[in-house]
Design a protein around this ligand. Structure first.
Ligand SMILES: Nc1ncnc2c1ncn2[C@@H]1O[C@H](COP(=O)(O)OP(=O)(O)OP(=O)(O)O)[C@@H](O)[C@H]1O
Ligand SMILES: [Mg+2]
Length: 218
């Protein structure tokens, strides 16, 4: 499998004291699933933000599909984020006044993809929400909201899904169900998955587990 993502000697500091990431290296392949674990405050979210180009490293290179993302201008970065990367966070960040279907379609409004509505309906069906299309987020369970957030993240058919504690607000059963869904999509869509989790049990279900410690991955 070919390399999808390559981080080389990536460093990031928020203040003059100690850097959060210090010469970090990471290489992942297309379709691979990777768990990132580590103590609170060690830099896991910082790492995902750099991978997803929500933030830029102070030093080092982030390459995606062989291209140096750090060389992109703002416009190209925005398109890259919207087209190639899906994000799921601990909290779903759905728009409360919009329906399930409308929420799922948000990223496609920027890209103006053909067939987005059909894809949204199909994905919502696959995650078991076809009878909830017109519900608002406030009318859904926590697990259902996260499933809508996953569909929204996948609407533009990204190559990589970044998930920052996606099960953090769910109970054990909900967490397992969401994990089943993410792994199914990982297989069926050849979607690479990088997931931050505090749960060794969930991490164990992915291809590899990397521990972030002292600003580097082990
Ligand atoms: N925007 C910011 N400005 C200043 N410091 C920040 C900023 N974002 C994060 N930090 C600091 O950088 C360090 C790493 O934060 P980060 O959010 O990446 O940790 P984390 O591993 O995701 O932790 P958690 O498991 O609690 O979510 C922490 O010490 C945090 O206080
Ligand atoms: Mg975090």
């Amino acid at each position: 499998m070919k390399t999808l993502l390559k981080l080389t000697e990536v460093s990031k500091a928020y203040d003059a004291n100690t850097g959060v990431l210090r010469g970090l290296n990471l290489e992942t392949r297309a379709g691979e699933s990777v768990a990132v674990v580590g103590a609170s405050g060690c830099g896991k979210s910082t790492l995902l933000n750099l991978i997803g180009a929500l933030d830029r490293p102070d030093a080092g290179r982030v390459e995606f599909d062989g291209e140096d993302v750090s060389s992109f201008n703002e416009k190209r970065l925005a398109a890259f984020r919207n087209d190639r990367i899906g994000f799921v966070f601990q909290l779903h960040h759905l728009l409360p006044q919009c329906t399930v279907l409308e929420n799922a379609l948000v990223p496609s409004l920027i890209k103006k993809t053909d067939g987005a509505q059909r894809r949204a309906m199909e994905l919502l069906d696959r995650v078991g929400l076809s009878d909830r299309l017109d519900h608002r987020p406030g009318q859904l369970s926590g697990g259902e909201r996260q499933r809508v957030a996953v569909v929204r993240a996948l609407i533009n058919q990204p190559s990589l899904l970044l998930a920052d504690e996606p099960t953090g607000a769910l109970n054990e059963e909900g967490a397992d169900e969401l994990m089943d869904l993410l792994l199914r999509l990982n297989r069926e869509e050849n979607l690479a998955l990088i997931m931050v989790t505090h749960s060794p049990r969930l991490a164990g279900r992915l291809d590899r587990t990397l521990k972030l410690e002292n600003g580097r991955l082990a």
